[in-house]
Design a protein around this ligand. Structure first.
Ligand SMILES: [Mg+2]
Length: 441
């Protein structure tokens, strides 16, 4: 056994462990386990009924267990007697192939076979809102262009500082916090890592922000588009590929954008599969009110609607802000942290394998001059279309198996049916159904 959690519990004074997993819809599920039994749980895992969560299982299926990954341990800085553990789902002695963390680990293994390792960082945006979800928590935060507003940022200093202090304590290397482009919207950045670490931290970050906001009587939401006239919550990822000697495979200093041939092919792969990936990266009904939004109060949506790439230009789906990496701006706050990373690897590796050509970068303002771009594909208009694209995607089927893709599509299609049944699908704007089902995503 690599790390003995029972010993760690004694050393760090941990009384309880949260043994967790994340289902298809990105919901964080856990059992709270006293440290006295962690020795057995570390081996056997904590039991769950899969059908009760979004995993396309049947009530007749045997128990699945979450086997905690000790290297993911995070001692809650604000509740140090509790230790959080990301877990991998197993059933009948085998890993559950259709579970997000296992899906990501499989992609990482495929990459490793080619001596490649994905490093990434995520930029999680969130709003601080009232408990009922109808207004911004800070009633003074009303400027048309509130981005980087120092006073609005500092009115939330107590909470922002608490979250940032936690990240410092955890060794994540946080380096900046700001007020984002919508009223009540914030973003906090920490260092990039290997993609599994980033995914685990992404899961924990969302839990931490919601928990600490709640302690102060606020509500934090990562919902893609909580207010129709304001910029939505994106979740951009910065991506680079490395070999085991620590060399950046994406870097070519001689290239205009500082990218290697492999990097362009990887980008070509992401663009090739973007219409399908949208079903994962923009996974809710509400998501499509962000990527296909009219101009907001601030003057821009900051989200893409066309499959293009550029240099350091935020109006495109892919931006190359500096040499040796790119930023994918498609994902929103509802994205499943594991499927985010797994989807990028699958699409990018297909790009490298099949030498997919992304074409020339486009250097125009896509928010104003999109009509100048001929032949660029548009992102899907709604979740229905995105799911159809996902089911048809050979790349995704091959990387994750038709069974897994079908399971995901089936669960999301059920959700669309529930939305239609509620009657809210005929309403304009952000509906109550969306709020009820997405505010806590
Ligand atoms: Mg941002």
């Amino acid at each position: 056994m690599s790390q003995d959690l029972s010993k760690i519990a004694k050393q760090k004074n941990i009384k309880y462990f949260l043994i967790s997993y994340v289902d298809f819809f990105g919901v964080l599920r856990s059992k709270l386990v006293p440290s006295q039994v962690i020795k057995d749980m570390q081996k056997e895992g904590a039991g769950f009924a899969g059908f009760a969560t979004y995993l396309d299982m049947s009530p007749a299926d045997p128990d699945m267990v979450s086997i905690p990954d000790p290297s993911s341990l995070i001692q809650l800085p604000w509740q140090p007697e509790v230790g959080w553990l990301a877990g991998d789902l197993w059933m009948d002695g085998k890993p559950v192939q259709s579970s997000p963390r296992v899906m990501l680990k499989n992609q990482i293994s495929e990459l490793k076979k080619k001596n490649m390792f994905l490093k990434s960082g995520v930029e999680c945006e969130y709003f601080l809102i009232s408990q009922d979800g109808n207004s911004i928590a800070d009633e003074k935060d009303q400027a048309f262009k509130p981005c980087y507003d120092q006073s609005a940022l500092m009115r939330q200093y107590d909470l922002i500082k608490e979250i940032c202090d936690c990240m410092i304590k955890l060794g994540w290397g946080p380096y900046q916090n700001d007020h984002e482009d919508a009223n009540g919207q914030f973003e906090m950045n920490w260092d990039f890592s290997d993609c599994l670490t980033t995914a685990d931290r992404h899961v924990f970050f969302k839990f931490m922000v919601k928990a600490l906001a709640e302690k102060r009587g606020l509500r934090a939401t990562f919902m893609p588009k909580p207010f129709s006239n304001k910029t939505g919550n994106g979740c951009h990822a910065h991506v680079s590929l490395w070999d085991k000697k620590g060399r950046n495979i994406f870097l070519d200093k001689k290239d205009k954008l500082g990218l290697s041939k492999n990097a362009y092919n990887f980008i070509g792969g992401v663009m090739h599969s973007a219409e399908a990936l949208t079903a994962w990266f923009n996974p809710t009904i509400n998501s499509f009110k962000r990527i296909n939004a009219p101009v907001t109060d601030s003057g821009a949506t900051w989200s893409p609607n066309t499959i293009t790439y550029s240099g350091n230009n935020r109006t495109h789906m892919i931006r190359v802000p500096g040499s040796g990496r790119f930023e994918l701006r498609l994902m929103d706050g509802a994205v499943n942290p594991y499927l985010l990373q797994a989807g990028i690897i699958a699409a990018g590796m297909d790009g490298i394998k099949n030498k997919r050509n992304p074409g020339k970068p486009i250097h125009i303002n896509m928010y104003e001059e999109a009509n100048k771009v001929k032949n660029a594909k548009k992102l899907p208009k709604n979740l229905d279309i995105a799911l159809t694209n996902l089911s048809k995607s050979k790349v995704m089927q091959k990387a994750f198996s038709p069974k897994t893709i079908n399971s995901y599509v089936k669960l999301r299609t059920t959700e669309i049916k529930q939305f239609k049944k509620s009657g809210d699908s005929k309403k304009k704007g952000i509906t109550n159904w969306e709020k009820t089902n997405t505010l806590d995503c």
